[in-house]
Design a binder for this molecule. Structure first.
Ligand code: MN
Length: 513
């Protein structure tokens, strides 16, 4: 329903006023901080221009505005304004600490570090790379700034040299859009996908656009009419306060569905959809009854996601009906709260419960606080969304702001590290793992014949603890043998098991000699 905004979409207000206006109930301190960061960025990026010909400052104010619209705090918005100062114009970190404090500097640092992680263009490791992104960001606010940064870069991608466009769009589609999706920020997810689509799959984009265009006018008119008569029918059925909205599906999500459905558009029933928003669960079922009484539903298309929510906690009733003019339309019935949840994820869920209004989505961050140990750590490590979902179950937003800030460094980030092999493969290991663990996690033969290790190009001792993002090279020699001392140096039980096994093989062959 929302169109991506083009860079030509100029506004009348000056950029600073725009940011301040988009902020959600900012305190005097937050306003002062954002003003100061704006002035600093304006000065630091003076004379710098983007491929689009616009001053670099525009990129920073747009990043900040996206964050403000998400409901971010002054600290995060200030860091958004400053996010390119260290990398692009060589501002000293110490100066940011001095002017804005350690927290803002930490966020800017985090965004800078994430910028060094490069997408290697292989599907095989995309999931690891997404996890690495999440782990390296350390703080969810760093991820949000990075998402806002990328969103503005994607809005202006047409100005970037052709040879770079595709890689940037692919990275967006494989890494950033899924992260936005999993964080529950559907709006950013959809826009990132639709902006990347034409660059990554140009032919498919064109044909999808054409197919949809041929039917579009027809559909929109039909939908409008249908929507009005749904509204009337609901009112007659006693649901006078129900709201209806309609939409034609986003191009990329339509394309994905098209692929899943044997490339048969006829099989996709939710190209056109109507959303009915009501006030309670009981009214959802009442609305379904009213709709089915009036329009004939397609068999096997009635889904009760209220009684049986989707794994991502999506709730709604879905049905698909024959409109009568030859079109079929999916009808989604939700409460207002369910709808907010599907658009903003945990964000809206918590802020709604806290009664702080629709725009105050920042409260969702509270959900990431590790308030108590999560029951199943293995699931937690494997599955970031589950982790988020579990934490979302904590309903009390943190009261203590300071505790809240500290708690942002979630337990998750303390469980695992992600390191690279020299050719870019990502391996995730428990914290404090050593090159020995790394070697055995690749292959027991590599572990058994290890003679040494280089981390980021430097020779290291085999008991050195690895860190996120390290590039680890294991040196081997076919005559080398595992060493008993390694058992104590290894962190993973898998490596220890392999070492013991390797040692016992050695003893055996000694005896055999
Ligand atoms: Mn940037």
């Amino acid at each position: 329903m929302s169109q991506p905004q083009s860079p030509q979409n100029q506004r009348d207000l000056d950029p600073l006023t725009e940011i301040l206006k988009s902020m959600v109930k900012p305190s005097a301190e937050e306003i002062a901080l954002v003003k100061k960061a704006f002035a600093f960025a304006e000065h630091a990026h003076e004379g710098c221009f983007r491929h689009s010909g616009e001053p670099c400052l525009k990129h920073l104010t747009e990043t900040a505005r996206i964050l403000a619209e998400l409901g971010a705090s002054g600290t995060t918005i200030a860091a958004g304004l400053l996010h390119d100062t260290i990398e692009d114009v060589g501002v000293d970190r110490a100066l940011i600490v001095k002017e804005f404090g350690e927290e803002v500097a930490f966020l800017v640092d985090g965004v800078t570090k994430l910028g060094h992680l490069k997408y290697k263009g292989t599907d095989r490791h995309n999931e690891s790379l997404r996890k690495l992104f999440v782990a390296m960001s350390e703080d969810i606010r760093v991820l949000l700034i990075k998402l806002a940064d990328r969103l503005h870069n994607m809005r202006t991608l047409s100005y970037v040299p052709k040879d770079k466009q595709r890689r940037i769009a692919e990275e967006t589609l494989q890494i950033y859009a899924p992260i936005a999706y999993r964080l529950g920020i559907r709006k950013i997810n959809r826009e990132l996908e639709d902006l990347s689509f034409p660059y990554v799959w140009p032919k498919e984009y064109e044909s999808m656009r054409k197919t949809l265009k041929e039917q579009h006018i027809d559909r929109t008119e039909s939908l409008e009419k249908f929507s009005r008569s749904v509204q009337k029918t609901l009112a007659k059925g006693g649901l006078t306060k129900a709201k209806t909205e309609y939409r034609v599906k986003g191009l990329y999500s339509l394309y994905k569905k098209y692929l899943r459905n044997d490339k048969d558009l006829e099989k996709i029933y939710d190209i056109s959809a109507i959303r009915i928003l009501v006030n309670s669960v009981a009214e959802c079922y009442q609305a379904l009854g009213v709709i089915h009484e009036r329009w004939r539903p397609l068999p096997h298309r009635i889904k009760d996601y209220i009684a049986f929510p989707k794994p991502n906690d999506y709730k709604a009733l879905h049905t698909t009906v024959f409109v009568g003019d030859g079109n079929i339309v999916e009808v989604q019935i939700k409460t207002h709260e369910m709808h907010r949840y599907s658009e903003y994820g945990i964000a809206s869920h918590l802020s709604y419960k806290a009664g702080r209004g629709e725009k105050d989505v920042w409260a969702w961050i509270h959900a990431l606080l590790p308030k108590s140990k999560v029951n199943n750590e293995k699931d937690l490590i494997k599955d970031v969304p589950k982790w988020i979902a579990e934490l979302a179950a904590y309903e009390e937003p943190a009261k203590d702001q300071e505790l809240f800030q500290k708690g942002l460094v979630s337990d998750f980030f303390n469980y695992r590290i992600f390191v690279f092999s020299p050719n870019g493969d990502v391996v995730d290991l428990p914290v404090d793992s050593t090159p020995i663990d790394f070697a055995y996690s690749i292959h027991s033969d590599i572990g058994d014949s290890m003679t040494g290790a280089k981390v980021n190009g430097k020779l290291v001792s085999l008991d050195m603890a690895l860190h996120n993002g390290d590039i680890v090279l294991i040196m081997t020699n076919e005559n080398a043998k595992p060493n008993r001392k390694w058992i104590d140096m290894a962190k993973t039980s898998m490596a220890r098991r392999h070492i013991r096994h390797g040692l016992s093989k050695l003893r055996k062959s000694d005896r055999d000699d």
